[in-house]
Design a protein around this ligand. Sequence first.
Ligand code: NAP
Length: 312
Amino acid sequence: MSHPGILYPRLTIVGCGLIGSSVARAAREHGVVGEIVICDASAAARERIEALKLGDRVTGDVADAVEGADLVIFATPVLAVGDAARAAAHAFKPGCTLSDVGSVKAAVSEALWLAAPAGVFVIPGHPIAGTEQSGPDAGFAELFENRWTILTPREIDDPAYAEAIARLGAFWRALGAQVEIMDEKHHDLVLAVTSHLPHLIAYNIVGTAADLEEVTQAEVMKYSAGGFRDFTRIAASDPTMWRDIFIANKDAVLEILGRFTEDLQALSRAIRWGEADKLHELFTRTREIRRGIIAAGQESVEPNFGRDRGKH
Ligand code: NAP
């Protein structure tokens, strides 16, 4: 792929934790932005962002941060995006693109569209890449490589909007991602299955184990390699981020949770009645799904898991 050059003279990132700092690092490394301005609400995070030299300018004031930006990416927890966008609304440059990286799209998109003044382009986004770490030290430039980024623009017949979508797609491709355009509600249903429900199960199973009085905490740690350890990794994900995801994607999560509960009941019946064939048939089918994921090159959730991430 030929280098696209500078796509946005000034990029502003609002919320510079794992994802925001990875965008900053990757955008810098791939030379697709001129200047990077970073806004973060946390004084401790700002100190780290300065020390890591992630931006050309760092501030805690969102309106000051977005002034003159050609692309603004909100990378805060999802329920914080609306307030931040509203606080900055008077300062957006006409013609700039507003996007985000939130794990829920319909609610965040609505908040961005409501906050956006006329003349700016709202194109919500979600890179399907991450780890259970958080904070600016945890990010890395390669996070998006070979991962999907989903963009959920609205269907608006405007050549300037189409050009803004194409430019944002080129930005994510330059960061190594593959780009897909999707309807925001469909995104939320797909992610409820592939990400939100698995996290809910992990939070629940780790909570259940922690509450079991007959099994000691020491035994839970000692024998965790039997499957539990993978759940504890997922259940270590940021509590604020995940609280916001479940609140913001309530409808889709409840829909999928209903289906899941029915299937769990069926499994429970199969175990109770010793229906070995039924269990074997399901476990064979699920193994095929795992093989399909590996074949699609998406088997590793965190491509560089294990590298030195600092103290966050
Ligand atoms: P993170 O590491 O916790 O970073 C979020 C940062 O935003 C924190 O420094 C936080 O400061 C700051 N912040 C909160 N409210 C703010 C505001 N109003 N203005 C400016 N800064 C604010 O979170 P993350 O893991 O990067 O996640 C960020 C977004 O990416 C979320 O919407 C999440 O759904 C999405 N996402 C995450 C992953 C993942 O695997 N982590 C993957 C894909 C997408 P405080 O600490 O003071 O709150």
